[in-house]
Design a protein around this ligand. Sequence first.
Ligand SMILES: [Zn+2]
Length: 266
Amino acid sequence: MIKPDRYPNGKHFAVTFSYDDGDKADRRLVDIFNNYGMKATFNLIPSRFDGETVVSSGELRSLYDGHEIACHSYSHPHLARLPLTGQSREIALGRLSLERLSGRLVRGMATPYGEKNDDTLVAMKAAGMAYCRNAGVSGGLSVPADFLDWMPSCHHTGAPAVIEKFRNEWIHQPWQYGGLLFIWGHSFEFDRADNWELAEQICSSLAGIDDVWFATNIEIYDYITAQRSLVISCDGDVIFNPSAVDVWVSQNGSPICIKGGDTIRL
Ligand SMILES: [Zn+2]
């Protein structure tokens, strides 16, 4: 039986991080992520760049190298209080500014204050956003049915308890839980709470797990989207991967890779 229960290289689990607002403390957090081989997404606010407490526009390319730059609107308003035109401008201008400054494609976002309404959804789609991370927590390892309504597993303050459950319990039953651990927060919270050891503790407790793919939010989105686009014959013996992404599945518990564009017969 074929199960779409694997990440790249046959791993059962994926771990991703998402941090908002582009505070200067991102520099320290990126250092910690890099030391432990973690991958993260940083949701940035172009109108605030070069202010006293935030990162500078000139350092985007180098600071976030190896991580994802994503949109957090242009100026961090309460989007749901704006008309559709205002929401569209905030999201599209946020994307445009970040793409020009970083030289990269910017395809995902988190809304300011975690707020959104029906118009936000229209504005996100118009601006080409592939996913939107919420500000709540699921407490589990689920993969979203709708990436524009993506609930993370936990805020970093709740991460030690979730990671303990992950390591002791969920890791033995990956198919049941979806296998995606998603931690979010703001880097300045480590300064305010004076608890940078928590960032180290989270990363060190995850870095030692072999069966994990560490990826940015958009890498998770691209992989799962490709996996969901697999074409499988009625009897399950023929699988076509129409995407450009190599996709892994399992057959009776053993991992199989279907390269982008390939058709395999089992
Ligand atoms: Zn924010």
